[in-house]
Every structure is written in C-alpha cells, then in structure tokens.
Design a protein around this ligand. Structure first.
Ligand SMILES: NC(=O)c1ccc[n+]([C@@H]2O[C@H](COP(=O)([O-])OP(=O)(O)OC[C@H]3O[C@@H](n4cnc5c(N)ncnc54)[C@H](OP(=O)(O)O)[C@@H]3O)[C@@H](O)[C@H]2O)c1
Length: 254
C-alpha cells in the first residue's frame, strides 16, 4: 500500500485477514504506522526518490494518495518498472466534473463519461492507466467509522440542498481494491460508489427524523451534484456491496 491513511488502514487489516503479506508505507512510519509490525512498515515519499528503493521488487501496489505531480509520477513509475506489477490507483469521481450541465436530476455517469484532464491528479491517473496498465478506481465520498456523514451535518460541513452526493463505505472500497488487484484487467477504470446517490436534503431530513441530528446553517448550494453508476464494478468485477444502504449503515455508526 502506497500511503496508509484512512483507507490504507482498513485495506491493511483486510488484506492481512485474507492471508496476504501487506506492507504499509508512510512518510513517517514511526508516527503513523505504530500498530503495524516493524517488518511490514515501509518509509516512502513520492517526493523523495531516495525512499523509492524501499518498495520491494515484485510487490503489487495500491496507490492510496493523489497521483500527482505528474513529472514525479512519471519518474517514479519508470523507475519502478510499473508495468511488471499489478497496480491499482485510487482516483476520485471529481474527475467527472467537466462542463456545466444543469440537468436535474443529473444524468447517470458511467466510466465512459468525459473526464477533466486539466486536473493534475487525473493526468497522473490516466498516465499510469495508459502507460503502465494501472487499474484506476474513481472513488466517491468515503465514509465509515470515524468519518460519519451525520457528524458532517452537525458540524455544518454540509447542509440541506438539492445536490446529489455519492458515497462508499471504506470496507467496500478496501474490498474492491483487493478484487481489482486480483482480477481487474490492466488499464481498466471503475467507479466505486454504493450506487445509491442521495440529495443532501434527503440525508439531512432522514438524519433529523431517525437520529435527531440537527444541522447548523450552511451556505446555499444550488449545484446538481452527480449520480455515479457502479454497474461496472458489480458486473465486470463481480463485486457485491457489503454496505449498499447508507441509512442501515449509519444506524450502526451512531
Ligand atoms: N476522502 C474521500 O472522501 C475521498 C473521495 C474520493 C477519492 N479519495 C481518494 O482516495 C484515496 C484514499 O483516501 P483516504 O482518505 O484514505 O486518504 P488519506 O487518509 O489522506 O491517506 C493517504 C495517505 O497517503 C500518504 N501520502 C500522502 N501524500 C504522499 C506522498 N506524496 N508520498 C507518499 N505518501 C503520501 C499519507 O500518509 P503519511 O503522511 O503517513 O505518509 C496519507 O495519510 C486518496 O487518493 C483520496 O484522494 C478520497
């Protein structure tokens, strides 16, 4: 795992439970990987080429931080001989923020929709996909233990609006990373979302009704948001979601 933050920690535990040897990288392993056995901690910083040699030859890679800046991504991938490895790169559904469509509800977005190649991370992801056969996961908003949308409402980070949001539970994301490493064809892109876009108005109303969670006033947001299709990950990768229902899962997070 290149980068062991929120998703990386879940991926580490899940991979190890499946009997894999998982190595976790950090720019500061002593501080950020204290719970990982020392022989599985790797010091790695994309910006520090002297740390690249710490990546073991032959390891498959899941890249868990934005693949940018492009020149560094290019040099690192060349140095690594990335095409000889299985490589999964976590991207973002923000790649699809292109143009100003005001359709409402917004059109469903699958992996053939246009992406914004002016975004640095999208440039990095597409470079790795085309040149080295990386599998790019375009990831929706990640939630789970410690990242609870009900807290975002309470803190005023989001408020009732017509905007559609797409979410994915961190356990599903980690499991999809492992499925992609195992059986994803090189060079593919997959949307990673629970496939149930909600408006923030609906989530806020449900939060109030079911859990008595009240928001704080927020700036009005008239944007449409997106509706992300997850059909490809379910059919082509054969993945069945563990957390398809946001509200059922929020019940267990409260
Ligand atoms: N959060 C969301 O809702 C969301 C939505 C869509 C897509 N994504 C994307 O999904 C991926 C995983 O998200 P996450 O929230 O699990 O990420 P995260 O918690 O930020 O973890 C990524 C880790 O990568 C390491 N890192 C950062 N820059 C690095 C660099 N230049 N070189 C080496 N390591 C570096 C950092 O760990 P150290 O400080 O220990 O090195 C960081 O904790 C990210 O690419 C994120 O942009 C996130």
């Amino acid at each position: 795992m290149l980068g062991s933050g929120y998703t990386g920690h879940v991926l580490y535990t899940m991979g190890a439970a499946q009997g894999r040897t998982v190595l976790a990288t950090s720019r500061n392993p002593l501080r950020n990987l204290a719970e990982v056995p020392s022989e599985q901690r790797v010091m790695f910083d994309l910006e520090q080429p002297s740390t690249w040699r710490n990546i073991p030859t032959g390891a498959d890679l899941v890249w868990c931080f934005p693949a940018t800046p492009l020149h560094q991504v290019e040099t690192f991938a060349g140095w690594l001989n990335a095409s000889a490895r299985r490589l999964v790169v976590l991207g973002s559904t923000s790649a699809y923020e292109v143009g100003e469509s005001q359709d409402y509800p917004p059109q469903w977005i699958d992996e053939t929709a246009p992406i914004d190649l002016t975004k640095p991370r999208v440039q990095g992801e597409e470079f790795l996909r085309h040149k080295y056969g990386a599998i790019v996961l375009r990831v929706a908003g990640i939630y789970g233990p410690g990242r609870n949308p009900l807290n975002w409402i309470q803190q005023g980070r989001v408020g009732p609006s017509r905007k559609y949001v797409n979410l994915i539970h961190v356990e599903d994301l980690a499991a999809i990373c492992l499925a992609a490493i195992e059986k994803g064809p090189p060079g593919e892109a997959y949307n990673v979302s629970d496939g149930q876009p909600h408006t923030w108005s609906e989530i806020c109303a449900t939060a109030q009704q079911r859990w008595n969670v009240a928001g704080t006033p927020t700036k009005e947001d008239h944007s449409t948001g997106k509706r992300i299709s997850n059909a490809k990950v379910r059919t082509a990768l054969g993945y069945t979601l563990r957390h398809p229902d946001l509200y059922e899962t929020l019940q267990t997070l409260t």
